[in-house]
Design a binder for this molecule. Sequence first.
Ligand SMILES: N[C@@H](CCC(=O)N[C@@H](CS)C(=O)NCC(=O)O)C(=O)O
Length: 205
Amino acid sequence: MKLRWSPTSPFVRKVVVLMKEKGIEDLVEKEKSNPLSADDRAETPSPLGQIPCLITDDGQSIYDSPVIMEYLDSTCDGPEMVPASGTARWTVLTRQALADGMIASMVICFVESLKKPERQSKGILAHNKAIVFSGIAALEIEVGGFAGDIDAGTITVAVALAFADQTFPDDDWRVDNPSLAAWFDEFNRRSSMTESVLMDAREFK
Ligand SMILES: N[C@@H](CCC(=O)N[C@@H](CS)C(=O)NCC(=O)O)C(=O)O
């Protein structure tokens, strides 16, 4: 299998953390792709041109990150990351969707930040930042229910919180969300997280 990959993408990072947690990283060859490069986007088999995109051994393209995670979970050995059925399944997938939405809003903030200051939209930045902090407030209430779980939901939450530190360095979400902060502090020490820290997309060539 091949993964269209970049060390700058939080959506790719989710997949990488899952592969490390399942112990299957060796099964997947990483192929570098810069999401800011039109040439690289054209080479990605997804018609959306986005990463992550997984290419299976028989040539099937699988995207986006939740689908790749579920594919790897259901076809490879290792601890289960997406429960197969029941309430647990919908809880994990919904938690993943919440954190994915937060990441998508932060990607919008990042793209906005690439513009000259006078061309940046304060409205777009404020709206998307509010989405992220609303997600964080919801997770602060939920965290007692998922502390200790390692699954597609908690992996995505951890990647989103790490990306919030990178996206909003001057707004420490930990101040108003102490339980989530304590959970993240522990999760973030896992080798799957310390070995997959993102680099700034502005520095990636
Ligand atoms: N919903 C997708 C989002 C993927 C995504 O937005 N990837 C970004 C990189 S972080 C990308 O490839 N952007 C390039 C583009 O949209 O042109 C997922 O979960 O995989």
